[in-house]
Design a protein around this ligand. Structure first.
Ligand SMILES: Nc1ncnc2c1ncn2[C@@H]1O[C@H](COP(=O)(O)OP(=O)(O)OP(=O)(O)O)[C@@H](O)[C@H]1O
Length: 244
């Protein structure tokens, strides 16, 4: 179980409080959609949960192991278990899909590995297996700069998994994708949760959160106002977070 208590995050030299004491808990295997108006703190929440930003206050624990106490960013050991997927995944455009998967993501894999590109042969096999599972085997040797948006997003997911991510925070992962590619990416994320026990928290438009997620969090002005499982939001709930 992942527990978040009183997560606080300020920016701009502590002048602006973006997250105002978020408390929640969730289980392995859940896929949670985060919805809320622009500026409500969705991206900041995802970056904090993925240990990509330092917390100004609060506690974070995974299966009873304390990762953050009173603020901070957690250790590299836990950072490597979290992946942060951006709208436009930052892949190396001149390196192949395979190489991108092997080298890993900034924040998740070591600096040395990224600059040297050092890999073991079992890493290579693991990466090829993972690319195959995502229907990307024929793209393994194509440069990332030549892939479509949906393929790039799936390479980024693959990269996260190869480097041991159990928890994936995805920030609007299907923005700009055509409906089929978006569906493929979201089905991929959903099956990672239901079949492999991974945990996903994704900022999504409300209709996609309702369709693909098992649970929805509604954020409003840095507070978790809604937490709904297994159903759509009512019109009243949508109004309460300014999403009508
Ligand atoms: N580094 C920063 N410096 C100053 N303000 C910031 C910083 N990061 C976030 N903010 C502000 O914090 C608020 C929340 O930002 P965040 O990007 O988390 O919101 P969001 O809900 O993801 O918005 P959107 O849906 O538009 O992407 C916004 O008002 C934003 O301008």
């Amino acid at each position: 179980m992942i527990k978040v208590s009183h997560l606080k995050k300020s920016v701009d030299g502590n002048k602006k409080q973006v997250l105002r004491g978020i408390t929640t808990q969730f289980e392995q295997g859940e896929i949670i959609g985060v919805v809320g108006p622009s500026g409500s703190g969705k991206s900041t929440l995802l970056r904090c949960l993925a240990l990509r930003e330092s917390w100004n206050g609060g506690e974070y624990s995974w299966d009873g192991n304390q990762i953050i106490k009173g603020g901070g960013k957690g250790s590299q050991k836990y950072r490597s278990k979290c992946a942060y997927l951006e709208q436009n995944p930052s892949l190396y455009p001149d390196k192949t899909a395979l190489k991108n998967v092997l080298i890993g993501q900034v924040g998740q894999t070591s600096f040395l590995r990224r600059i040297t590109g050092m890999v073991r042969s079992d890493d290579y096999m693991g990466a090829m297996d993972e690319l195959e599972k995502f229907g990307l085997l024929d793209k393994a040797h194509v440069k990332a700069g030549k892939l479509s948006g949906g393929e790039r997003q799936r390479v980024a997911i693959c990269r996260a998994l190869v480097h041991g991510a159990g928890f994936i925070a995805a920030d609007e992962p299907v923005v700009g994708l055509d409906p089929q590619s978006a569906e493929r990416v979201l089905n991929t994320l959903r099956s990672l949760c239901s079949e492999q026990g991974k945990t996903v928290v994704a900022a999504l438009p409300i209709e996609l959160a309702e369709r693909y997620c098992t649970r929805i969090w509604g954020l409003y002005e840095g507070e978790l106002k809604l937490d709904v499982s297994g159903r759509r939001l009512t019109a009243e709930e949508k109004r309460s977070i300014d999403l009508v």
